[in-house]
Design a protein around this ligand. Structure first.
Ligand code: SPV
Ligand code: MG
Length: 563
């Protein structure tokens, strides 16, 4: 809730800054020097930002001598205004030139949503007031009043504020000169006076405030007289206190300590828990908003595709080679089976890859993938693994067995299907007498290898664990690839949730899901292939897989060379 008299965020930034300057409460502004610090100032609860010349030049790594051009400063302000909706008062130094530069500056600041500018009565190019302040020449009073007038005349928003900064005390010209200048600037149209001092005690500021006697808002920068209790400023009738450089100084101390620690220790382990988590940076960047917008504005065809790879099993029949790794980590032609699959996905632009591990998931190479683990893998089947990844596929998704090798056109054609669901069926494979049926598929039309342009639909799949209502001879074998498009994902997850209610859910496999989708009336397109892929189900498959993989390796590549 806003304190009484505070203007809520719905009011324009210029109105809020003006109200702060004019209110009879003591107000505070905190320095920011880039988008991130502007956001941090807002989250800390401040109502306005001081766009400090010192801090902005420092973060650029240059001196506070107008070494950064004014347009570079204004570009940075734009990031700050985007990152925080607080009013920003720019420390505009001398206005970067004469009256004409001030006019253009004010117009550009208004265009970028900046609420006001403070200009100081020194000469361009200025030097920071705390560096040999006495030696710095002051501006001619009339010339400076002309700048204030020019600025006020060129603002289009009546609430844009121009604060005139009096440097007479810093430059050693005395109290009388300071008051004379402040009065002239007030009459020229300044909305507030910033009276600056480099003493370690607030004495001259308090004297000035007493003599000023409330003729207009007074702004102070207590960097040097920081030990003064804040109530002293309140009682002196100060309008606004600027904490002018404390975030850049805080960031500097932290960066120095962390850089030193990491350099000396050659490890991150000592600093990790003492610095902002990477997720905190993402939060400050509003990464979640991006993800939400992506799902609204990116059409399904453009949105990032994802893949879920079922890789929880050790591999029945492969025990001899899987003591220390799951089946997907078996080396085939010089790299793990999973790597072949991941590379195939990446080649198709599928970069969001979730692998569901289980048996020896610790041995899975996680580069380029997200690993989730089915902790119940020993007692559960494929659907339990798929359920572990249910949150990991936001849009178009390929669900894949982990033990596949295939020619690249198979995946390309699959993801290009415009059907909600699409599976790949190998029409060259038929059940063999005496061998347990695995993923044999019943389809609306058999593959006569001239089906171009005609859609074929899945009618059921029979596996070792799942029956199908279909009987007779299947038309081929489901390869273990299912593509799910856009909104169909929700229907797939709903079907999965229904199956989860069944007592035998732990045993269910992908064939059960496909059958349940068919029973629910979903149309699952079949794309036939005739060979061109391998599954690795036993030692024989494992031995033959290397030959297949070598055949897919580009000519001339080192990996393709047989030994
Ligand atoms: C700034 O923050 O850049 C200021 C205040 O101008 S001071 O450095 O105190 O002059
Ligand atoms: Mg400054």
């Amino acid at each position: 809730m806003n304190a009484p008299g505070h203007l809520p965020a719905g009011f324009s930034r210029t109105m809020r800054l003006r109200e702060m300057l004019q209110s009879n409460r003591l107000e505070f502004m905190m320095e920011a020097h880039n988008g991130l610090s502007a956001r941090i100032v807002k989250e800390a609860g401040f109502k306005a930002i001081w766009g400090s010349g010192l801090a902005i030049s420092a973060q650029f790594g240059v001196r506070d001598n107008n070494e950064a051009s004014w347009t570079q400063v204004v570009d940075m302000l734009e990031f700050m205004a985007d990152a925080s909706d607080l009013p920003i008062l720019l420390d505009g130094d001398t206005g970067y030139g004469n009256f004409n530069n001030v006019r253009r500056l004010v117009r550009k600041l208004e265009q970028r949503g900046i609420a006001g500018v403070c200009i100081e009565d020194k000469q361009f190019p200025k030097t920071n007031s705390f560096i040999n302040g006495e030696a710095q020449p002051l501006a001619d009073i009339d010339e400076f009043c002309g700048k204030i007038k020019a600025g006020k005349d060129s603002q289009s928003d009546p609430n844009f504020s121009i604060v005139a900064r009096v440097e007479a005390l810093i430059a050693g010209w005395g109290m009388e000169e300071a008051l004379r200048r402040a009065e002239a600037y007030r009459q020229a149209g300044a909305d507030a006076i910033l009276i600056h001092s480099k003493l370690s005690k607030p004495d001259e500021i308090l004297t000035f405030a007493r003599e000023w006697a409330g003729r207009g808002p007074l702004v102070i920068v207590p960097t040097k007289y920081y030990s003064t209790p804040t109530d002293v400023f309140r009682q002196a009738g100060i309008s606004t206190v600027i904490w002018a450089n404390h975030l850049i100084r805080g960031a500097t101390s932290a960066m120095q300590a962390i850089a030193k620690e990491i350099h000396e220790s050659e490890t991150l382990v000592n600093v990790e828990d003492r610095i902002a988590a990477v997720n905190e940076i993402f939060r400050l960047q509003d990464a979640d908003e991006y993800s939400a917008a992506e799902s609204v504005y990116l059409s399904a065809s453009n949105s990032a595709r994802s893949a879920v790879v079922l890789a929880a099993s050790r591999g029945a029949g492969l025990e001899a080679v899987t003591a220390d790794r799951p089946k997907v980590m078996l080396p085939i032609a010089g790299k793990p089976l999973l790597r072949h699959l991941v590379e195939a996905f990446k080649k198709e632009g599928i970069n969001d890859i979730t692998v569901v591990g289980g048996y020896r998931a610790d041995a899975i190479d996680t580069s380029g993938i997200r690993l989730v683990v089915n902790e119940q893998h020993e007692a559960t089947g494929e659907l339990a693994s798929l359920a572990c990844a249910a949150k990991s596929f936001p849009g178009d998704t390929v669900i894949s067995y982990g033990d596949l090798l295939f020619r690249s056109y198979i995946l390309r054609d699959l993801v290009e299907s415009d059907s909600d669901f699409c599976v790949v069926v190998d029409s060259s494979q038929a059940p063999q007498a005496g061998v347990a049926a695995t993923d044999f598929a019943y389809c609306s039309t058999a593959d006569d290898r001239a089906l171009f342009g005609q859609k074929v639909w899945l009618e059921g799949v029979v596996s070792a664990a799942s029956e199908s209502a279909q009987t007779g001879t299947p038309q081929g074998r489901w390869m273990g690839l299912l593509n799910v498009r856009g909104d169909a994902r929700e229907r797939l997850l709903a079907t999965l949730a229904q199956l989860q209610q069944r007592d035998d859910f732990a045993k269910l496999d992908m064939a059960a899901l496909l059958n349940a989708l068919v029973e629910a009336g979903e149309r699952i397109e079949v794309q036939y292939v005739h060979g061109h892929w391998r599954g690795v189900n036993d030692l024989d498959d494992f031995r033959r897989a290397a030959d297949f993989a070598h055949e897919q390796t580009p000519f001339g590549s080192a990996e393709g060379a047989r030994d």
